[in-house]
Write a protein that binds this ligand. Structure first.
Ligand code: PMT
Length: 220
């Protein structure tokens, strides 16, 4: 119906950081709060969708009968959960800040302080978004890009390489954008390389803009 444009659709969203364990008490993580992804989940549900929200560690909660929250910790767990729910999804938005690398070994016991120097060997995490781009069929697949330089070019590169339908660029150079806060400033780039910049807005309003752009293209 007109009021619920996502009725009958399943939306899958990844959100938050991942924590890559070093030992039982330590991890490698990042500053993602999960806000952008949780707002996307809420707005999708308000537009009529059934939502699967796959979230790394976050203080946020969500009370919505149309949102199934799946909590994960590491990038590997997020990869598994995303693949478990991909086939049933019509729209997939990867807003999580997944660690690119994880410690090669996870110590079974808390690592003791000894030498002045200490290094941890890291290995690459699988790229969830890239792997979904390789197997996608009907899904409208959207990634995010968090950039600090050559923003548009880097985002376009990710769009192509990961076989996306669109990418949402947020720049660390824009104040009020990116990690943590309640606002974001995005540029929406679709696979035809149509580039649409938006003003600084609340993450809720940004989520609405992103879903609007997706809907316009799904209905075209
Ligand atoms: O959570 P908030 O505090 O609200 O902050 C929101 C945000 C800044 C984290 C969010 O808007 C955002 O930009 N998320 C993507 C951050 C990021 O890691 O970008 P990237 O350029 O490194 O990754 C590109 C894309 O590949 C992203 O869609 C990411 O989810 C995906 N990816 C990356 C690596 C990996 N191993 N698997 C992935 O799926």
């Amino acid at each position: 119906s007109k009021g619920l444009p996502l009725k009958g659709k399943q939306v899958m969203i990844t959100a938050g950081p991942t924590y890559e364990p070093i030992d039982p008490v330590r991890f490698i993580g990042n500053h993602s709060s999960g806000k952008m992804g949780y707002e996307l989940a809420k707005v999708s549900a308000n537009l009529g969708a059934k939502v699967v929200l796959i979230s790394g560690p976050s203080n946020l909660s969500i009370e919505n009968d149309d949102v199934t929250l799946i909590n994960v910790i590491s990038g590997e767990e997020m990869f598994q959960a995303a693949h478990d729910h991909f086939n049933d999804s019509d729209i997939v938005i990867c807003a999580a800040a997944v660690a690119d690398y994880r410690p090669k070994e996870v110590a079974g016991q808390k690592i003791k302080k000894k030498e002045d120097r200490f290094s941890i060997e890291l290995v690459k995490n699988k790229d969830i978004l890239l792997s979904l781009g390789e197997i996608k069929k009907k899904q409208f697949l959207v990634g995010f890009a968090l950039e600090t330089e050559n923003e548009i070019e880097n985002a376009k590169g990710k769009l192509k390489r990961k076989n996306l339908d669109a990418i949402v660029l947020n720049s660390m150079n824009d104040s009020g954008a990116g990690f943590g806060g309640d606002t974001n400033k995005i540029t929406f780039i679709d696979k035809n390389l149509q580039i649409k910049p938006f003003d600084l807005k609340t993450k809720e309003a940004v989520a609405f803009d992103i879903l609007n752009e997706i809907l316009e293209r799904l209905n075209a």
